[in-house]
Unconditional design. Structure first.
Length: 188
């Protein structure tokens, strides 16, 4: 295959991409904690995030990249976030680069939860084996670029079933990490 490139705008749009995905609330209802609020918002079904992917063939050694535009908002007290996933293939990590906005990269392995504060210019590393989710804690679009092995695969099922053990909610003083499943391993 031949080399290629994309121009990544500050808005998060790629001018050359293989797929554009939109995730609305009802595509990810099971991921938010406040089920009553999910029900109340179901008619409006707000757009939570948009992804532009440039995927390489799913073969060892190939790399894909994607931008995510995560909009500001909350479902109840919980900030808009991505579904979050494990990589299906063991031993595959990922690099995130924040282009604009502000948020948290929430990661969990077993019962260990870590967060990295994301703002313009921050580069963050997700080591193999850590589930990862992005959360928009700001009032503007949170935009980031990710690089990952093309054959990593997305495992959403484990998170849909078990959830992360902490969620990010708005408190009087700002974003707060709250335990909802204390000490529970995400992969039982
Ligand atoms: C980043 C990458 C993508 C991922 C996207 C949205 O751009 O990690 O692989 O698809 O974020 O996250 P999710 O797949 O968890 O909804
Ligand atoms: Zn990933």
């Amino acid at each position: 295959m031949n080399p290629y490139s994309s121009r990544c705008l500050r808005s998060g749009e790629l001018d050359n991409y293989s797929a554009r995905l939109e995730r609305r609330l009802m595509d990810m209802a099971e991921f938010f904690s406040d089920k009553e609020m999910v029900g109340a918002l179901s008619d409006r079904n707000p757009l939570i995030y948009t992804v532009y992917e440039m995927t390489a063939p799913e073969e060892p050694g190939q790399l894909s990249y994607a931008t995510t535009i995560l909009y500001p908002g909350k479902v109840g007290d919980e900030y808009y976030m991505t579904k979050g996933h494990f990589h299906s293939k063991e031993g595959t990590g990922e690099v995130y680069y924040c282009i604009a906005g502000r948020g948290l990269l929430l990661m969990q392995k077993g019962s260990r939860v870590e967060t990295t504060g994301m703002e313009e210019g921050v580069v963050a590393y997700v080591p193999p084996g850590w589930a990862h989710r992005s959360v928009n804690t700001g009032s503007e679009n949170f935009v980031f670029l990710a690089f990952y092995p093309a054959d990593a695969g997305h495992d959403y099922g484990t998170i849909a079933e078990n959830g992360f053990s902490k969620i990010v909610v708005e408190d009087r003083d700002g974003p707060k990490l709250v335990s909802i499943r204390p000490g529970r391993s995400i992969r039982p």
